[in-house]
Design a protein around this ligand. Structure first.
Ligand code: ZN
Length: 136
């Protein structure tokens, strides 16, 4: 798909994968340049309006599961069949790199829990994996 090829082409410049902050910003910039390809529904279902406007300095995760060294090869193997799938993949990439601290300690291990990006009522612990809803 041409749209995905364009995203891959941007990432073939390894400078855009220099660190997580750069990768996040480069992905946001690419999406904004191609935003006319996506319908408002696709953008809002995937929470992209939030992800694209986020000031990442306060939210970037120290050690996401994404491996920058192999990220280009990983994405090259994918073959999204629609614009909606492209938007989903990009939202997943962005979400993977950010976390929103909750100020609540994990009842299992004491680590500060983070909010789910899509649902501020849902907390998870990135150390032990414990999850809970906020109002229970
Ligand atoms: Zn925990």
């Amino acid at each position: 798909m041409k749209l995905w090829d364009s995203f891959l082409e941007m990432l073939s410049d390894r400078n855009n994968l220099f660190d997580y902050r750069t990768y996040y910003s480069a992905t946001v910039q690419w999406f904004k340049e191609h935003i006319y390809c996506f319908t408002p529904e696709i953008i809002s279902i995937n929470n992209l309006d939030f992800l694209l406007s986020l000031d990442i300095d306060g939210y970037i995760t120290e050690s996401p599961d994404i491996q920058l060294e192999t990220e280009y090869e990983r994405l090259k193997k994918l073959n999204p069949s629609s614009k909606h799938t492209v938007a989903m993949l990009i939202a997943d990439i962005l979400r993977e790199m950010i976390s929103i601290k909750s100020g609540t300690d994990c009842p299992v291990c004491g680590n500060e829990m983070i909010y789910a990006v899509d649902n501020r009522n849902f907390l998870s612990c990135d150390i032990c994996g414990y999850c809970m809803a906020e109002n229970t």
